[in-house]
Design a protein around this ligand. Structure first.
Ligand SMILES: *[C@@H]1O[C@H](CO)[C@@H](O)[C@H](O)[C@H]1NC(C)=O
Ligand SMILES: *[C@@H]1O[C@H](CO)[C@@H](O)[C@H](O)[C@H]1NC(C)=O
Ligand SMILES: *[C@@H]1O[C@H](CO)[C@@H](O)[C@H](O)[C@H]1NC(C)=O
Ligand SMILES: [Fe+2]
Length: 438
């Protein structure tokens, strides 16, 4: 069958038309959009990332006064990003890092160039050192459609409730969808949150297209590894972000499994040397090792790949994280909330029966993937497993408050129940002797 020539020329015309017009009308825009922040890992700094549709200079103007001139300036660079879809849409991604920020101080900024400026946003510079009490919002699996948690997150953020967000993989559904237009829409949608505090990420399965190219291009995480794996310090915690996806999309490179594993081990060794200063080690990765959902995901299998590695033996992460005394593991992927009793190798290691999370003898796992997306919620298997402590099949997200080096407070907020706290737990570990579980 040969398509009609008329059809083809019409199609080509359409193609050309949509290639040329990026905004709703007229010429491609030099105005910044999709503004968001991240912490590059060096004290007193913050990175601003945004998109334009034509190449322009990359500048941030900032200051301390909410109105009036913005006296401080920082320059950065942009890189063109070409999406892998048929239209090969081209975005210009700008990155500017602000430095020597005063800890805990609120700044006002705008980004862009003489060809167009963003509106003004505000953020608070992260405090330095270990002796303060960071508050995080944690969730995964937030889509451009049905983003249930977003209105409350926006309000919480505007009220200054959080110091940072951890988005544990799966964005937009998907960043690459519809020639990456869904990605653009998602990044605009989260702007009121992400332009106001560091929005820290790890890749999920929904970022897989074109070797995670949209994920790598759109976010700016610490280190030089395109945000696939990295770590950073925040108050009393060392936070490690990694890719569970290297275990599943092997055609992008089997070597990535090994490379990441080696990096994780050396990072954990360093973190343990520094454990007296930063007692908490927290990991975030998209697909959990354990879950009790009623699907056929990796975490429902006894020998899940993330837990036990490739072929049930190569580069499994449970042994590694247990060996180095990791305190808390944050996951998503399942569109629900689940908290486990402290666990290692299917055995529950409560601190005590009365206070399971005080001096737990194994890592604590939280699965928080119910922020809302077009795939809706994931049901649970009828009978909870003996290692499952709490299961909530409602939209929501997690609040994590690190009070100090010994106390972390975790709460689950339900958006189905208008912000009601549906889980509330303290994890308490001693200040010393945390480098391994005994
Ligand atoms: C995919 O990306 C990773 C990291 O950027 C790179 O090391 C790998 O070679 C890429 N794989 C392919 C098949 O291009
Ligand atoms: C752990 O603690 C919880 C809460 O007290 C309890 O229900 C559960 O049975 C305990 N598990 C073990 C193995 O002790
Ligand atoms: C940490 O905070 C908790 C709760 O406020 C408090 O009981 C505890 O003594 C603090 N620990 C340290 C080491 O300051
Ligand atoms: Fe997922």
């Amino acid at each position: 069958m040969h398509p009609l020539p008329g059809y083809w020329s019409c199609y080509r015309l359409l193609l050309l038309f949509s290639l040329g017009v990026q905004g709703s009308l007229g010429a491609p825009s030099a105005a910044p959009e999709q503004v968001h922040l991240s912490y590059p890992g060096e004290p007193g700094s913050m990175t601003v990332t945004w998109t334009t549709w034509v190449p322009t200079r990359s500048e941030v103007q900032f200051g301390l006064q909410p109105s009036g001139p913005l006296p401080l300036r920082a320059q950065g660079t942009f890189v063109p990003f070409v999406d892998g879809g048929i239209l090969r849409r081209k975005l210009y991604i700008h990155r500017v890092t602000l430095r020597k920020l005063l800890p805990g101080v609120q700044y006002v900024y705008r980004c862009g160039s003489a060809q167009g400026w963003s509106r003004r946003f505000r953020f608070r510079a992260l405090k330095n050192g270990a002796h303060w009490s960071p508050r995080l919002a944690v969730f995964g699996d937030l889509g451009a459609d049905n983003p249930k948690a977003l209105p409350r997150l926006r309000r919480d953020t505007q009220q200054g409730m959080y110091d940072a967000v951890l988005h544990v993989g799966d964005f937009a559904y998907n960043l690459d969808q519809d020639n990456a237009r869904v990605g653009d829409r998602f990044m605009r949608l989260i702007e009121p949150v992400a332009a106001s505090l560091p929005y820290m990420t790890c890749p999920g399965n929904h970022e897989e297209r074109y070797n995670f190219s949209n994920y790598k291009a759109r976010f700016s995480m610490p280190g030089d590894n395109e945000g696939l794996w990295y770590s950073w310090d925040l108050g009393p915690a060392h936070i490690i972000s990694f890719s569970t996806e290297v275990y599943f999309f092997l055609h992008y490179g089997r070597h990535l499994v090994q490379r990441q594993f080696r990096w994780l081990e050396s990072d954990l060794q360093k973190a343990n040397k520094n454990r007296a200063a930063r007692p908490w080690i927290i990991t975030m990765g998209h697909r959990p090792m354990y879950c009790s959902n009623a699907d056929l995901d990796d975490c429902t299998r006894h020998e899940s790949k993330v837990r036990k590695g490739l072929q049930g033996k190569l580069y499994g992460l449970e042994d590694l994280f247990y060996k180095y005394g990791v305190d808390l593991q944050l996951w998503a992927h399942e569109h629900s909330y689940e908290r486990l009793w402290p666990i290692y190798n299917y055995q529950v290691f409560n601190g005590s029966r009365e206070m399971p999370y005080t001096n737990p003898r194994g890592p604590v796992h939280i699965i928080t993937g119910s922020a809302g997306c077009e795939e809706r919620l994931t049901p649970f298997a009828v009978f909870p497993r003996p290692w499952s402590a709490v299961r909530v099949k409602e939209y929501g997200y997690t609040r994590l408050h690190m009070l100090n080096g010994t106390h972390i407070h975790i709460q689950q907020v339900s958006d189905d129940q208008d912000g009601k706290i549906v889980d509330d737990v303290w994890v308490v570990r001693p200040l010393f002797g945390r480098r391994m579980y005994l």
